[in-house]
Design a protein around this ligand. Sequence first.
Ligand code: SAH
Length: 221
Amino acid sequence: MTKWNNSDIYRIARERMVETQIKARGIKDSRVINAMLKVPRHLFVDEALQEQAYGDYPLPIGEGQTISQPYIVALMTEALELKGTERVLEIGTGSGYQTAILAELALWVYTIERFYKLSKRAQKILLEVLGYKNISFKVGDGSLGWKEAAPFDAIIITAATPEIPKPLIDQLAEGGRIVAPVGSEYSQTLIKGIKKGGKLYTTPIEEVRFVKLVGAYGFKE
Ligand code: SAH
């Protein structure tokens, strides 16, 4: 008789998530696929929600915020074109799940969260439980970026913004990629930007809905 334990069950749920939600919808980067197979997403939500962690939807994480749908995490990460040498800036740590995926794929991740409580919980899981050693955390307004650590090879904004904050464009390296949901509070277009000759060239990816970026270059509270 096979004995099943929770980690087997979550591994199987993760494999199914990757087949039906990630690969079936066209995500091709094998490094992104492997990271999504590896990172235990259920650890980033409350115990009561763990069985839903591999479902095809966002989930609440407290403070009125959400952990993004798995497919959206994969789509945004693939657009950053990470090879393993990059220094990445993430705005909106939230649960820390996207942070873990980035830490698997880049050299170093700098992540900023507005809520102290969410940042602390993410730090606990990422540093103490999972043992990542390539993540720096900051609590504050990520729309201002992280000047001391700039320039970044890739920047990801995981909250809706009316426009890409200027400090973030300034802190993006030449040739760097930025991915962000840009639009109104209620609907946005996922945008990919590449910086060339000091200028950002953007292309739309798809329609999305995120919680809002609240800050100097985002929305008002
Ligand atoms: N990547 C996260 C997404 C969380 S939702 C995950 O999948 O879990 C977006 C997060 O952005 C929220 O936690 C919210 O508090 C945070 N946020 C909103 N405005 C911000 C700002 N100006 N600076 C930093 N974080 C911000």
